[in-house]
Design a protein around this ligand. Structure first.
Ligand code: 13P
Ligand code: ZN
Length: 270
């Protein structure tokens, strides 16, 4: 079948467009990648025309995803155009046997190439694939405004940042009981940012990039999108509360979190 007839490709485009509608993808901000299942590769095999092998990034090595195929957004592409011209805004790549090179197999029309954050995506996929026994398939990076705002006022430290988010909405501890990782500002698109994120995403499904955005993972498009949505919703609540007054009259306490952890088997230790 044509690539855009395949359910995985349709879900990819739908999620990217939903992210645009949420306001998380100004200009070409954000990027998305999906690791294909073998049956999905078979569905679109006749449309794949591999090009030249190219380096993932200087020193970038992800042997844990060697030989895998990914659908990824194109560098510089606007998520707002994703539904209209998916073959220009995204494409499919194959990673080589060493995990250091890739080749374009479909899409990236009009001379495009994969996102500048490809090192982050592949290194994060490698981490999560190993940590989840292969169930994790989606890596998503976006620029949600409220979360970015919080990175100017909260400590850039995972535990403290997580605790603030958990304070805001009950749903947070349920959706991300493992908390979020936090990185200080790093150069966008750098292999260093990819490596640092991959280290943190092993334990947390979401990593905050200070003054930039968030990268998160999930087994499904819904899981990754929902995680980012929950974190951004909590961030919005915190921004509103802090805008009204500097202190909280009440909030979700450590005891409240322990109660939820017990009731829902979240395994949170405070
Ligand atoms: P790309 O257009 O290369 O995906 O970059 C957008 C971005 O958000 C970089 O962090
Ligand atoms: Zn970005």
């Amino acid at each position: 079948m044509e690539v855009m007839e395949a359910p995985f490709a349709q879900e990819f485009v739908r999620m990217a467009y939903e992210g645009w509608k949420q306001g998380w993808h100004e200009c070409n901000g954000g990027n998305l990648s999906y690791r294909l299942r073998s049956e999905e590769i078979a569905q679109v095999a006749e449309c794949l025309t591999p090009g030249e092998w190219r380096e993932v990034g200087e020193g970038a090595k992800a042997p844990g995803v060697a030989g895998e195929l990914f659908m990824v957004t194109a560098a510089g592409s606007f998520f707002s155009n994703m539904e209209r011209v998916p073959e220009r805004c995204a494409g499919i790549i194959e990673v080589d046997a060493s995990g250091t090179r890739f080749r374009q197999c479909w899409g990236f029309a009009e001379g495009g190439r994969p996102t500048s954050e490809l090192p982050s995506h592949l290194l994060n996929h490698e981490s999560k694939k190993a940590a989840t026994d292969g169930s994790s398939r989606v890596v998503y990076h976006a620029h949600p405004a409220n979360l970015i705002a919080l990175t100017f006022v909260l400590p850039l430290e995972g535990k403290a940042f997580t605790r603030e988010l958990w304070k805001a909405i009950s749903e947070c501890a349920l959706v991300f009981p493992q908390g979020v990782g936090v990185l200080e500002w790093m150069n966008p698109g750098s292999v260093e940012l990819g490596r640092a994120s991959a280290e943190l995403i092993r334990e947390h499904d979401a990593v905050v990039w200070a003054h930039h955005g968030l990268i998160c993972s999930g087994d499904t498009f819904d899981a990754a999108f929902g995680l980012l949505h929950t974190i951004e919703k909590a961030s919005e609540v915190l921004v509103k509360v802090r805008s009204m007054q500097p202190t909280m009259e009440s909030f979700i306490t450590d005891d409240n979190i322990r109660t939820m952890s017990e009731a829902y088997g979240l395994g949170i230790k405070l």
